[in-house]
Design a protein around this ligand. Structure first.
Ligand code: C2E
Ligand code: CA
Ligand code: CA
Length: 472
């Protein structure tokens, strides 16, 4: 071979080597890119994930500046879809939601799947009007029907919005604020809510209550009071509603309206509910020998009802204290029916089949429809005190209460009016056909000792003159 030929072979060999090296390099780059994408993106929806957000946020912020906003979106009742239709349907819905979110986001907006049915969006502006518009666009996208195979879904979500200000917020802090606002949007069912200092205060208060509740039962800070329920026709006491009281060593009396919702969301409601059942059954059993048919009504919240141990606990306490289920009323509220109606129906049916009574509390304030009333095994409708309060002055409330009592009568379900404070209310309610009364006009809630006294000196009500109010 001539030197030229040698050179040619050398050149070909080197080019070949170069091409191989380049090819390997490309393959490596590509697989690195794929790996990076997988690490930074959610596998299901292909949206960026939380890791990506943390990584790219500093660069994004450098470009956008301090004026940006964080949106935290959580779908409403998504668990029901997974439970009822399976995870593959749930997944398909999430993919479609992600597509809609991404296509409705303007340029420079980051959309991230936080996990489950939660998404985060970073919008590059702070203008309130623009933020309102953006939130409304997202909500309308969520509300549009989603078709998966032959199924149709119409969904909703709750969005919390937190706005960055010139103090150069940390991303984590803004996310927390947006999360808090999201819970407010869920609570108020308003679609979206903006973070505010007021919300922060409420959240701090909740955190305080949650902490203080942990010691409340072990330190004997809780006790029960009982409010008599009066039969309209005979004027006799037919039962009592058990209501919980909490005296905090520094705060004094904390009303149940304030701590029960916290206990519900923190999971402490089950222990409190057990305390209520155990204490009230025990105390009421002490007076059962003299007031054989006295009913005891206890308030039971959704979480408690859904707790697997609830029914066996109820049965064991009813047996232990010798109170027949027919003398026990479980008061449930309408907020229950936002949850899975079928599951609730089955649970209530079991409770009814065991002989207990069920009362629908706060009727008229929530979502109850005739359908719910017809479907559920209800023994009593409790008309909310807000209607009773204005019955004499507000013609609308008056008409409403009449129709509620009328519905009860046509379905053969007795109505109990709560919050009755005046004789005139008693007389009107009685003519409308209301069967049971409860309220300050008759008696305030009282502890067991006062209840015993009240019953010893009791004479049936006659509604001719104003009765004296018995104090706590
Ligand atoms: P609720 O079940 O609707 O209870 C009736 C509330 O109205 C009670 O307030 C009672 O004291 C009050 N009330 C009774 N008569 C009158 C009246 O004539 N006028 C007015 N203005 N109010 C009257 P309370 O005891 O503060 O309870 C508030 C709510 O807290 C209850 O509403 C119930 O939802 C919840 N709660 C109370 N005790 C328990 C409990 O043991 N377990 C659960 N899960 N919730 C409870
Ligand atoms: Ca009640
Ligand atoms: Ca009520």
């Amino acid at each position: 071979m001539s030197i030229f030929e040698y050179f040619l072979v050398f050149l070909i060999f080197n080019s070949f080597l170069f091409m191989i090296v380049r090819y390997i390099d490309q393959v490596q780059k590509e697989s690195k890119r794929v790996l990076e994408f997988q690490a930074n993106h959610d596998q299901l929806t292909a949206l960026p994930n939380r890791y990506y957000l943390e990584m790219c946020f500093p660069l994004w912020q450098e470009r956008i500046g301090d004026r940006y906003s964080v949106f935290y979106l959580d779908m409403d009742n998504f668990k029901i879809i997974n439970d009822r239709y399976g995870h593959s349907v749930g997944d398909a819905i999430l993919v479609e939601l992600a597509r809609r979110l991404q296509s409705s986001c303007p340029e420079d907006t980051i959309v991230v799947r936080q996990g489950g049915d939660e998404f985060i969006m970073l919008a590059p502006y702070c203008d309130i009007k623009k933020l309102h518009q953006f939130a409304e666009i997202i909500i309308s996208q969520l509300n549009k029907t989603i078709r998966i195979e032959s199924l149709e879904f119409s969904l909703s979500g709750s969005i919390g919005v937190a706005i960055s200000d010139r103090h150069n917020h940390a991303l984590g802090e803004l996310l927390q604020k947006a999360d808090l606002a999201m819970y407010e949007a869920k609570r108020a069912r308003s679609g979206f809510a903006f973070f505010s200092d007021k919300l922060q205060q409420i959240s701090n208060e909740r955190a305080f209550i949650e902490g203080a509740l942990r010691n409340a039962m072990t330190n004997n800070q809780m006790y029960m009071v009982y409010q008599p329920q009066i039969h309209a026709e005979s004027g006799l006491v037919v039962g009592v509603e058990a209501l919980i009281r909490w005296i905090h060593p520094l705060r004094g009396m904390v009303p149940p309206d304030r701590f029960i919702p916290v206990a519900e969301s923190s999971g402490q409601i089950n222990a409190i509910g057990d305390f209520v059942i155990d204490t009230s059954f025990r105390e009421i059993s002490e007076i059962h020998s003299s007031y054989r048919s006295l009913r005891i009504s206890v308030n039971v919240s959704v979480r408690q009802l859904l707790n697997e141990q609830f029914q066996s606990y109820l049965n064991s306490k009813s047996t232990e204290y010798g109170i027949s289920p027919t003398n026990i009323v479980i008061e449930i509220t309408e907020s229950l029916f936002i949850e899975d109606l079928e599951q609730i129906y089955n649970l209530l049916m079991q409770i009814r089949n065991n002989g207990y009574n069920i009362s629908l509390d706060d009727f008229g304030t929530g979502y109850s429809s005739l359908n719910v009333l017809r479907k559920l095994p209800i023994n009593e409708i409790k008309v909310d005190k807000s209607f009773v309060h204005d019955i004499l002055i507000d013609s609308q409330d008056n008409a409403l209460i009449r129709s509620i009592i009328g519905i009860g009568r046509s379905l053969n379900i007795p109505t109990l009016a709560e919050g009755v404070e005046e004789l005139e209310q008693v007389l009107s309610l009685k003519t409308y056909g209301c069967e049971l009364f409860q309220g300050y006009f008759f008696a305030k809630p009282m502890n067991i000792e006062n209840l015993k006294n009240y019953l010893i000196h009791f004479t049936p009500y006659e509604y001719q003159t104003s009765q004296e109010i018995v104090d706590d």
